[in-house]
Design a protein around this ligand. Sequence first.
Ligand code: PRP
Ligand code: URA
Length: 208
Amino acid sequence: MSVAYMTHPLIKHKITLLRKQTTGTNEFRKLIEEIAMLMGYEALADLPTADIEVTTPIEKTVQPVINGKKLAVVPILRAGLGMVNGILALVPSAKVGHIGLYRDPETHLPHEYYCKLPEAIDERQIVVVDPMLATGGSAVAAVDFIKARGGRKIKFMSVIAAPEGVSTLMKAHPDIQLYVGCLDRCLNENAYICPGLGDAGDRIFGTM
Ligand code: PRP
Ligand code: URA
C-alpha cells in the first residue's frame, strides 16, 4: 500500500484551524469540505484521460477529458459525510455510496449498520472518505465490505491519522492507496487521536 502525506501549506493551515476547540460547527464543516477538496485534487492526479476532438473559436483540436466509469465516493458514516461535497466539487458526476459504521465506546470495535454502493462497483475508482483514522478498525471494515462487493480500485482519504491506524490499514489492505492530511502522535486510552481534533462526527453535526 502506498501512503501519501499531504505537504501543501493550505491543507496544513486548514487542519490546524480544524483542531481548535473554539472552531464552531459551521466553520468546522466548511474546513472539512475544503480540506477534502484539496486532498482530492492530490489523490485524483492519476485519473485516466482520453482524447476527444473539440472545436475552439479558432480551430478543431484533440484534447484530454476524464475517461472511464464514473468515480464512486464512499463516506464512512457519519463523519465521512462531511468530506463528500469537497470531492463532488471536483468531480460533480461521481456516484456516492455509504457505509454506516460506529465504534463501540467500550471495545472501540466497529459495528456495521448500513452499506449501499453504486452499481458496477468493480469497474469504478473508489474513494473512501473518513476524517479520522484512529485504531484503523473502521477503515479496515469499510474496505472489507467494499472488496466483498467487488470493489478493487480503492483510495482511502483521512484528514488526521494515528500511526496505529495507518499500520493496521496497511497490513490488512496492502493494495490500496492511502492519503493522510496529517499524521498525529498516538492514541489515548479511549482510542482518540492525540492531539487530534476530538470527535469528528460530533463536531460536524453539532451533537455531543
Ligand atoms: C469515527 C471516525 C471513524 C472512526 C475511526 O467514527 O469518523 O469512522 O471513528 O476510529 P477507528 O479508526 O478506531 O475505527 P465514529 O465511530 O465515532 O462514528 P461517527 O462518525 O458516527 O461519529
Ligand atoms: N474518532 C474520532 O472522531 N476522533 C478520534 O480521535 C478517534 C476516532
